[in-house]
Design a protein around this ligand. Structure first.
Ligand SMILES: C[S@@+](CC[C@H](N)C(=O)[O-])C[C@H]1O[C@@H](n2cnc3c(N)ncnc32)[C@H](O)[C@@H]1O
Length: 277
């Protein structure tokens, strides 16, 4: 069955046809790979073929057609209003966790550009034994609706709260955080035409693009306002786009110390974190 689906996807020009065929069969059969290898009768075969054909016809990401995606072992609802969580964002979550895991008092975290809620929820799960409150903000109400569903589904309503805010616009002066974490829009708009069609046509522009030449506008704005809402010795942690680490490092230097950069599996400098001076 996997081979059959692979053929449909391959002939339809789907680049990751092997991984997607496996995903379609596993998800629609509800079986584990070992079970599929042993079983003769796999349920829902017609639906698998239907989904593979739909994938080829519409070119919509498989996660949109399924209605969900996986991030750090959990299932997240996704649609056209949120970025599909990316594997490299796990590095940001792990770094953010390392920064705050030893704080003994209540831990307050601000997630700017919460999208599907994947960073906030994954952090809340990792910090489950701690007294934490994560505030996720986004400018998009449509994205916040998806985040609410994910927070409910993962039973995190007591840990993660949401607010519509244009970066810090709705953060009150008395609110102070131990950590600001963000995977902001960082692709320079001039690169739109170089993106894969699936990204360009299906991920929301609001989640992807920064409108300055280097794509660093959000980093500048977030760093600029950070000192007003971080607690003493508070942290900041960002996901970075390609070739943005030097610029963000320089912007951070004025008010932050202990600046640390982490590479991803492709050797790209992907995460930067720092501590308020
Ligand atoms: C790259 S996505 C990250 C989504 C999610 N945190 C993740 O890592 O998958 C950036 C998010 O920032 C939001 N955003 C864009 N402009 C914003 C602004 N001015 N203020 C707050 N959020 C904004 C977008 O709606 C989008 O959800």
């Amino acid at each position: 069955m996997i081979k059959k689906i692979e053929d449909i996807l391959k002939q339809g020009g789907i680049e990751e046809y092997k991984a997607e065929a496996k995903l379609i069969v596993l998800e629609l059969s509800g079986m584990k790979l070992e079970e599929i290898m042993l079983e003769k009768e796999i349920p829902n075969q017609d639906k698998m073929i239907e989904l593979a054909n739909k994938r080829v016809e519409t070119k919509a990401p498989i996660q949109h057609l399924l209605g969900y995606s996986y991030f750090m072992g959990e299932k997240y609802i996704v649609n056209e209003n949120v970025l599909i969580p990316r594997d490299e964002t796990e590095i940001l979550v792990n770094k953010a966790y390392d920064l705050v895991k030893n704080i003994e008092n209540k831990i307050d975290i601000l997630d700017i550009g919460v999208g599907s809620g994947c960073i906030s929820c994954a952090l809340a799960k990792k910090l489950k034994d701690k007294n934490i409150e994560i505030l996720g903000v986004d400018i998009s109400l449509d994205a916040l609706e998806v985040a609410i569903e994910n927070i409910n589904k993962l039973d995190l309503v007591r840990k993660v709260i949401l607010r519509k805010s244009d970066i810090y616009s709705k953060i009150r002066p008395i609110e102070k955080f131990d950590l600001i974490v963000s995977n902001p829009p960082y692709i320079p708009i001039s690169e739109k035409n170089n993106l894969q069609n699936e990204v360009k046509n299906f991920d929301p522009d609001l989640a992807l693009f920064a409108y300055d030449e280097l794509g660093v506008d959000f980093y500048k704005k977030i760093i600029d306002g950070a000192k007003n809402c971080l607690k003493a010795n508070g942290y900041i942690a960002f996901e970075l786009g390609i070739n943005q680490s030097d610029i963000v490092f320089k912007i951070l230097e004025k008010d932050f110390k202990n600046i640390e950069i982490t590479k991803d599996l492709s050797n790209i400098e992907r995460v930067i974190c720092a501590q308020l001076k």
